[in-house]
Design a protein. Sequence first.
Length: 247
Amino acid sequence: MSEVSTADLCARAEQFVGHRFNNPDLLITALTHSSVADSRLESNERLEFLGDAVLGLVVCEELYRRFADWLEGDLTKVKSVIVSRRICALIANKVGLTDLLILGNGIEAHAHLPTSVRAAVFESVIGAIYTDGGLEPAKRFILETVSAEIDKCEASENLHNYKSTLQQFAQHWLAAAPHYEILDEQGPDHCKCFEVCVAIGDERFPSAWGPSKKHAEQEGARRALEILQQRYHAAPRGTGDGAAPSV
């Protein structure tokens, strides 16, 4: 690759990632697939390894900060989606990094590259930014590119928010709001379980246990919804026509 084309490639990549490199060679290495490198040590594989770790750290920190009432299992589930090869490859395409990959002869066109190759360039560029400028510019690039995917995961989780669904159902069909009563709690302070039941007006629904008040309330809301939906033969969100029946 000529000096002119190398400079042009760096300029385009820096524009895409929003970071001006002190050491442009790092960026070129991040874009170099093993198929064209003289040795695998000169490809983007080592930077991919580093970038994967930085990506995981930044995503974990963001989820921890953003969802203060989510348990470890919920956070882990969303994190695994955000750092997956599918999402990393999608972001590489969206940002424009896939088109900048330096490939050897015989490799498929950029549009048909395997998901693993496209994901790798996203992670290797993260590794290059981190090596060149530290955590802050790497974090900025990561959050700018993954925030939309986190929003999608949050929206998907909210589809299963039984408390929200029950709230809408109760207001539509019963002109009332559900209340949550803590009936019992057991276990040591660091590992308590809670029993919660839902009350709507004068009616109390079957209680539920959970490893947190939030989980117990969600399970209690789910049980109340099942009973009410069967009773009124209503859609989950209670948005059908007709007056609210008397109870």
